[in-house]
Ligand binder design. Structure first.
Ligand code: URA
Length: 236
């Protein structure tokens, strides 16, 4: 079905309709290779729509979303045990997205899903040292000594953890909440660092990844990254 170009651009999460109208007027939008005019319509099953050289609609459109992952979902594309997949939560998106890195089955929070291999590589490659901040709830108190060890490195079976940052430590009843920022991505790293200190993690939520945070996205919901956010991640 043919729809107004500004509606299609807004639905792709690139801009508001008003902004998209301005982009069309400014000549930033091409319809089937020619500068689009305000008022034109397109059917993405037939037409090719391009914004600043980026194709929208169709399987080749690069799409990245920020999901607030609930507990109880696996971040793989298949699960031999038949558990729910994070991709089930973005099933309404026509492109085939894959998770950028992983959150454990019972970890919640910020997870990017994309079909953009370059973006995934930039975010996950260890040399880019992407900061990831986790909100951690542990049973029992977190001593000064434990904070020091978390920050200065803990010997795990696959090597010593790199320096990390502990912030906003709060004791609530018999539990302790804190924020831990890492730039590594070892498997189950936060849980294993806590286990090494004898701490039991009762809740784990990723709340930030580089300059992105969860904002007001409800659990199980997602939003599209803007073109500017995507470019910032790709050009890290
Ligand atoms: N560290 C963990 O232990 N689990 C995650 O899901 C992410 C980081």
């Amino acid at each position: 079905m043919a729809e107004r170009l500004q509606k299609l651009i807004a639905r792709a999460g690139l801009a508001s309709r008003r902004e998209a109208e301005m982009w069309i007027t400014a000549g930033r939008v091409l319809l089937n290779g020619k500068p689009a005019k305000l008022g034109e319509r397109a059917d993405l099953a037939i037409d090719q729509l391009e914004v600043d050289g980026r194709i929208i609609g169709g399987a080749q459109e690069k799409v990245t979303v920020l999901l607030n992952k609930p507990r109880g979902y696996v971040s793989t594309l298949k699960d031999p045990e038949g558990r729910r997949l994070v991709t089930d939560l973005v099933a309404a998106i026509p492109q085939r997205l894959f998770p950028v890195g992983r959150l454990d089955y019972n970890t919640e929070g910020l997870l990017l899903l994309t079909n953009d291999g370059d973006l995934a590589q930039q975010v996950t490659h260890p040399s880019h040292r992407t900061d990831k901040t986790y909100l951690v709830k542990v049973r029992g108190p977190l001593s000064e000594k434990m904070v020091n060890r978390l920050e200065h490195g803990i010997q795990l079976e696959d090597g010593r953890t790199a320096p990390a940052k502990v912030e906003n430590v709060r004791t609530v009843g018999s539990s302790c909440w804190f924020e831990l920022t890492l730039h590594e991505g070892k498997n189950r790293q936060v849980r294993r660092m806590c286990e090494a200190l004898g701490l039991t993690v009762v809740r784990l939520k990723r709340i930030r990844l580089d300059f992105l945070d969860l904002g007001d996205i409800a659990t199980g919901q997602y939003r599209h990254l803007s073109a500017a956010e995507t470019a910032k991640l790709v050009n890290k």
